[in-house]
Design a protein around this ligand. Structure first.
Ligand code: NAD
Length: 495
């Protein structure tokens, strides 16, 4: 056991009465109901946050609107870039505190919180900072006929869309919150973030650091609360765009609500039922450590992680035997203990959902290994390997977002592609093989926004990310996000 000590600043932060973060400071409305933030490893309430009312949302939207009009849209791209970089510096300086907040509220292993979530938050903020000075339009030569010697020219400009609502899920609150903040601020927009009701704290702390970084008050606001708070945000006439990351069902509702609000712009980063395909030449011993790590990072609660594993029939038995052995040997326990590689699920409703899928599999005798809920305190279940016989099995269709992978053999590449694409989702997929001519023939046939080769679940700020089919609308990162946060204005000139 090497459990880390909770920092004094974390204890002090948890003990506060948390409000929303509006116009640069905490705003507490004593009439609002409170939501308990539960540590999923201990089931203890570590803090409470407000369930934001329509009135609080209106204040936050107003603050973001005024900052957009009077301050943020007026400063130079270079200044926006400097301030985002300064925020990244402060995330770095406060990395341990932010990591502990994530671990305590999301059950994320402290090593993952430090080396993945907080570290990536810094890298992504710096990427968005670098994009601020690279937002461009183009010049166009129109073909209009000249009657009396007049000439024409045209150009396009990208203008910030205004106030963005960033609605964030519970699995990587800080990092996904920073994706929304970085995208908005780099393009000259201001933002109201609504973090998940389960993991609200790190985003509240990030908003405080933004003030310390010199980002003017009102540029970043945070309203806390349940789904209803998110709905108030979408309905606010001051919100010009909704950037949502979460489940498909919520995403579809949000898309409909945004359309009903005079076609409010919306981008949706939704769930997946991602496939990993292991071709016949694969060396199971070589790939297994990488595949297992990519699959079970944060207990499999990662939108891009693989849930459907297709193994060439010649390697199926070997894969099942070796993967079962690895899963059974994963040390599980407190996420504050750096020697563990598996922690609890992040919240009770999700724990119940995952147990439901495991019970379905158990009743039908499909569990090959693992899958038991651990007796005692905390939302712990053992990682599971499940066999499925055909692609119509619910375990092969529905996103579980948990530590269970379903495995099926395949005979040839044609049937592989048919099975991989037999899904409403299209977020991510991977192919594992050194036979590059097969790999390059497969890549264009796979319905997924991201395809990894001999790797899975790796996101990089320079590489666009987003889903096909029901996995979403729009792309994040690279410079692909810029179109979604700006309006394209065409200017034509006669001279
Ligand atoms: P969720 O859809 O339940 O909630 C996401 C957020 O939306 C929360 O803040 C929630 O309070 C809010 N919300 C809920 N109902 C709302 C409504 N009607 N209007 C406005 N806001 C509402 O998702 P979750 O359980 O928090 O997260 C897990 C899901 O997120 C999984 O499906 C996962 O695949 C997906 N996800 C996708 C990505 C991606 O980049 N594609 C990344 C992480 C997670």
């Amino acid at each position: 056991m090497s459990k880390i000590e909770i920092l004094n600043e974390v204890k002090t932060f948890l003990a506060r009465k948390h409000g929303h973060f509006i116009a640069g400071k905490s705003y507490v409305d004593e009439h609002e109901a409170r939501i308990d933030i539960i540590n999923p490893a201990t089931e203890e309430c570590i803090a409470t946050v407000a369930d934001g009312s329509e009135a609080s949302v209106a204040l936050a939207a107003q603050s973001a609107h005024e900052s957009f009009k009077n301050v943020w849209s007026k400063i130079t791209p270079y200044e926006r870039s400097l301030k985002l970089n300064k925020l990244a510096d402060l995330v770095e300086a406060n990395a341990d505190e932010l990591a502990q907040l994530e671990t305590l509220s999301a059950g994320k292993l402290i090593t993952i919180a430090q080396h993945l979530e907080v570290a990536q938050t810094i890298i992504f903020l710096r990427h968005f900072a670098s994009c601020a000075t690279k937002i461009e339009g183009k010049t166009i030569q129109p073909s209009l006929p000249s009657m009396q010697g007049e000439q024409y020219t045209a150009f396009t400009v990208r203008q910030p869309i205004g106030v963005v609502a960033g609605i964030v899920p519970w699995n990587f609150s800080l990092m996904i919150g920073a994706w929304k903040i970085g995208s908005a601020l780099s393009t000259g927009c201001t933002i109201v973030v609504k973090p998940s009701e389960f993991t609200t704290l790190s985003v509240l702390r990030l908003a405080e650091l933004a003030i310390e970084a010199g980002i003017p008050e009102g540029v970043i606001n945070v309203v806390t609360g349940l789904g209803k708070t998110g709905q108030y945000l979408i309905d606010s006439p001051l919100i010009k765009k909704v950037s949502f990351t979460g489940s498909v069902s919520t995403g579809i509702r949000i898309g409909q609500q945004a359309m009903q609000n005079d076609l409010k712009r919306v981008s949706l980063e939704l769930g997946g039922k991602n496939a990993a395909a292991l071709l016949s030449d694969v060396n199971i011993d070589e790939i297994l450590p990488v595949l297992i790590q990519s699959t079970f990072v944060h207990q499999g609660q990662v939108c891009a992680a693989p849930e459907r594993i297709f193994v060439h029939q010649s390697k199926y038995d070997e894969f099942v035997a070796k993967a079962s052995a690895v899963l059974a040997s994963m040390p599980m326990g407190s996420p504050l203990d750096a020697s563990n590689v598996f922690g609890p699920l992040s919240n009770k409703p999700h724990y119940e959902k995952v147990k439901h899928y495991l019970n379905l599999a158990r009743e039908k005798g499909q569990i090959i290994s693992g899958g038991e809920a651990v007796e005692g305190t905390g939302y712990f279940v053992k990682p599971a390997l499940i066999k499925v016989d055909d692609c119509k099995d619910p375990l092969f269709i529905e996103e579980t977002f948990g530590p269970l992978i379903s495995v099926i053999p395949f005979e040839d590449e044609d049937s592989l592609v048919t099975m991989m694409n037999d899904s409403r989702f299209g977020l991510a997929a991977s192919v594992w093989s050194n036979d590059m001519s097969k790999v390059f023939r497969l890549i264009p046939q796979i319905d997924a926004g991201s395809v990894w080769i001999n790797m899975h679940t790796f996101l990089d700020p320079a590489v666009p990310f987003g889903g096909m089919k029901a996995s979403g609308i729009g792309r994040e990162f690279s410079d692909a996000y810029i179109d979604d946060y700006t309006e394209l204005k065409s200017v034509m000139i006669r001279f």
